[in-house]
Design a protein around this ligand. Sequence first.
Ligand SMILES: [Zn+2]
Ligand SMILES: [Zn+2]
Length: 264
Amino acid sequence: MAFAFHILGTSSSGNCSLLEASGTRVMLDAGFPGPRLEASLQKLGLEARALDAVMITHEHSDHCIGLAALLRQNPLLKVFTNRETARRIKDSVKADVNWQLFETGTTFEIGGLKVTSIPIPHDAADPVGFAIDCPAEDARPAKRLTWLTDLGHATTVVKHHVALADILVLEANYDEEMLELSKRPQSLKQRIKGNFGHLSNIQARDLLLGLREWQTTELYLGHLSKECNRTIIVDELMNAVRDQKTDLRITVIDPLEDNPVSLW
Ligand SMILES: [Zn+2]
Ligand SMILES: [Zn+2]
């Protein structure tokens, strides 16, 4: 199995990616309903039974709503999450689950992959991001893939992990003006903007501009809000990052796009 990373989708209405590396096929979050997940896997020529494991970042439905459907098709699928997240989602799954529980902040193995769970500030029970070390394969050097969405602000730990990522998926959730002008209730706006909500486009940009040294070559901006963001706004803001780091490829994931974005 050669290295491949597919973002099946990332936005405020659903998050799911697939990593194939070191002979292991693992899903990161399962935040689409069963039929959409199945259709996305089919586009890659895969089905749920071909997965070795799924990792769940937190219990919000845009990260785990498809888990029950996955487990119906692959009942022995290993589900990696922490205890608090498992407690929140177990009732919606209604099945015996092959839980693989980890402590937040620790490193564990999934097949040939080494995975570090990263605590993130977000209004869920015990939310995490993941840094996945993929060993060198064939002619490809070792790579670290880091997944960080749903964070109200960038903590020191988050910045540390961003700087170490070769491939980075980072949240750019909302444009401040669009959020302010939206018809959302004031309480929801405060939640999104708060320290345990989501990163704005400017917060994501400033996090990157504030790094002294970082090694990322592939950057994906994801978890965009369908209502309160546009890819073109994120893309233009990132010009400042492009100016600073010319070897960096930047892709903004369109929340309205159904087709996977793949890195081979
Ligand atoms: Zn969330
Ligand atoms: Zn989310």
